[in-house]
Design a protein. Structure first.
Length: 293
């Protein structure tokens, strides 16, 4: 077994390699003068299981192509099996054609990976209209969740807390985490006017005055959905407001947006490397990969 990465998730890849007592061998990954990808393995992969550890951020398009090139190169050199460990799997939010003529990106991404990967392991993919990864992947696809790790973090670092899901899509995370640590939870109904403008209202009213409010979502992108939830919490007298995301994308100055809305702390897992990382998901991945040894 060897562990490698296409540039993203290097820290997780090195941790996994050490725990698995497997060599970590980074790829040589550059480009030709015309922009074409140049990729090379720096160790012999013949007859070995190759673990490619790569989140799809930053640069989701490049990440996808790098993974395909790395997987195909490993197969061509005689690798026994190629496993993709992708803590953050991009393209999952485009799960249907919302307008005529649109590409359904999730299906295209899965089709490409089905052809070159033997197994995929990911954490909390954005399953909304799909019931499971089996809806788009023909290869074995393991979906892990960071819910318990987030619940442990909240239990250790907060008191007198309540959990809020900023929209119905996030409620699956918020509800599981709240049940795990036995605290109140509610969800906000979101009306989206554009990718950057949303309006929310609380569905099941719970008292927020004097509480440490924790807004939980799978993805923090522009931050506008969580920002609207934070504004509601402020109006209802929250003592503090913390945002916790599994995947922190933070586009369009999202951290500034959250701060202006009253969010006092932002915490993420290390599925995507960022300065807000406080929750390490490596143990989840390790337990799954031990089955491959």
């Amino acid at each position: 077994m060897i562990v490698t990465s296409c540039g993203n998730s290097r820290t997780i890849a090195k941790k996994l390699a050490k725990k698995l007592s497997a060599p970590y061998s980074p790829l040589t990954l550059t480009s030709f003068p015309d922009g074409d990808i140049y990729l090379r393995y720096n160790t012999d992969v013949k007859g070995k299981k190759v673990i490619i550890v790569q989140s799809f951020q930053p640069l989701s398009d490049a990440s996808l192509f790098h993974i395909i090139f790395a997987a195909e190169a490993a197969k061509n050199q005689g690798a026994k099996k190629v496993i993709l460990v992708s803590p953050y799997l991009a393209y999952m939010r485009q799960d249907k054609a919302f307008n005529s003529g649109e590409a359904v990106s999730s299906r295209i991404m899965a089709k490409l990976l089905n052809q070159c990967i033997d197994k995929i392991i990911t954490i909390d993919p954005h399953l909304h209209r799909y019931k499971s990864l089996k809806d788009i992947f023909t290869i074995p696809a393991k979906c892990l969740t960071a819910n318990h790790l987030i619940a442990q973090y909240i239990s250790k670092h907060f008191k007198n807390e309540v959990i809020i899901g900023p929209d119905w899509e996030s409620y699956q995370w918020a509800e599981h985490i709240a049940k795990d640590i036995h605290v109140n939870v509610t969800v906000l109904e979101k009306t989206r006017f554009s990718s950057r403008k949303v309006k929310v209202k609380m569905m099941d009213t719970i008292p927020l005055r004097g509480k440490n409010v924790i807004i939980v979502d799978d993805i923090i992108s522009t931050g506008h959905t969580i920002a609207e939830a934070a504004k509601q919490a402020q109006k209802l007298g929250a003592l503090s407001i913390t945002a916790i995301g599994v995947h922190g994308l933070f586009v369009d100055n999202a951290l500034d947006t959250l701060k202006k809305a009253g969010v006092t702390k932002v915490i993420t897992t290390n599925c995507i490397e960022h300065k807000t990382n406080k929750i390490d998901i490596t143990p989840l991945l390790l337990e799954e990969l031990k089955k491959e040894k």
